[in-house]
Ligand binder design. Structure first.
Ligand SMILES: Nc1ncnc2c1ncn2[C@@H]1O[C@H](COP(=O)(O)OP(=O)(O)O)[C@@H](O)[C@H]1O
Ligand SMILES: [Mg+2]
Length: 267
């Protein structure tokens, strides 16, 4: 947990619907400066919809209540007027395929990202250490397919970090990567975030991932927050039925695998 524990993001009572279906129901969330928070929930719980709202991208969802304060900016979700998107929130897509043009060299894509994110034309040398910090080699004349998926994902991360965000959002960061590469990418995120006091919001269906990386965890089910607290506390004493179900299921998988490996060892 970082020493600077000022609240960076404070979302209160966000409710949204898509068509006539209520997708998020009174969702509140707090993220402190520099901490790592996980949102855990099954498919269809409303996690991606929540992320999109935090970034000011609501459609097709229609918010009908909620207030967001982020880094000195405010958004009122009940007002239908055109709102400004919060600045200094960065987002990394789940799959590197969504982030690159396969026919353009990586160097060109890096420069384009710099122009879009900073609004400046000439890329500064300052950006190069960012690549090194994330364990990436110089681009040379490479196209995306010449880099591994883990490297591509870290390059997307470096692009997201160009604008010096205060909050980095990762939506299902490991589902498109194999476990070793996923761990490598998340370690790079954690290291960078700690050094630069960037808060990280990881959205996942994987409670073990939250256990490993998040200071605090929110559990969502059918559009509602059913639990929010310190990850270690939540894992040892979940209060909600759904939280207990998730934690027990996680134990069940670990125990089962443990039994399996000891029976294989005994053969
Ligand atoms: N474009 C859409 N049109 C209609 N319903 C949608 C759309 N996007 C999401 N939903 C509905 O919103 C609910 C929450 O979706 P989502 O936020 O993607 O959940 P999660 O990311 O937790 O899997 C789901 O029931 C889904 O069917
Ligand atoms: Mg999703």
């Amino acid at each position: 947990m970082p020493s600077d524990t000022k609240t960076l993001l404070d979302l209160n009572n966000l409710s949204v619907r898509i068509g006539r279906q209520v997708i998020l129901n009174d969702v509140s969330l707090k993220i402190r400066s520099g901490e790592c928070v996980a949102i855990v929930g099954g498919s269809g719980a409303g996690k991606s919809t929540l992320l999109r709202c935090l970034m000011g991208l609501t459609r097709p969802a229609v918010p009908f209540s909620g207030l967001l304060a982020f880094d000195g900016q405010e958004m009122d979700f009940s007002s239908l007027e055109r709102q400004q998107k919060p600045k200094r929130i960065a987002y990394v897509p789940q799959n590197p395929d969504q982030g690159f043009d396969p026919l353009k060299r990586l160097r060109w894509q890096w420069q384009q990202a710099f122009r879009v994110i900073t609004g400046r034309m000439n890329i500064s040398q300052v950006q190069e250490p960012l690549l090194e910090e994330l364990g990436l080699k110089p681009f040379g004349a490479c196209f995306p397919y010449e880099w591994s998926r883990g490297m591509q994902q870290r390059l997307l991360l470096a692009m997201a970090l160009m604008g010096k965000p205060r909050l980095l959002i990762l939506d299902e960061p490991t589902s498109a990567l194999d476990p070793l590469i996923a761990a490598q990418v998340l370690r790079a995120v954690k290291k960078y975030a700690e050094m630069h006091n960037v808060a990280v919001l990881i959205v996942t269906h994987d409670l073990s991932l939250a256990a490993r990386y998040a200071d605090r965890t929110t559990i969502m089910n059918t559009g509602r927050v059913v639990e929010f607290g310190e990850t270690s506390h939540l894992l040892s004493a979940p209060q909600s039925d759904y939280g207990q179900l998730l934690v027990n299921h996680r134990d069940w998988i670990t125990k089962d695998l443990g039994q399996l490996s000891s029976s294989i060892a005994a053969e």
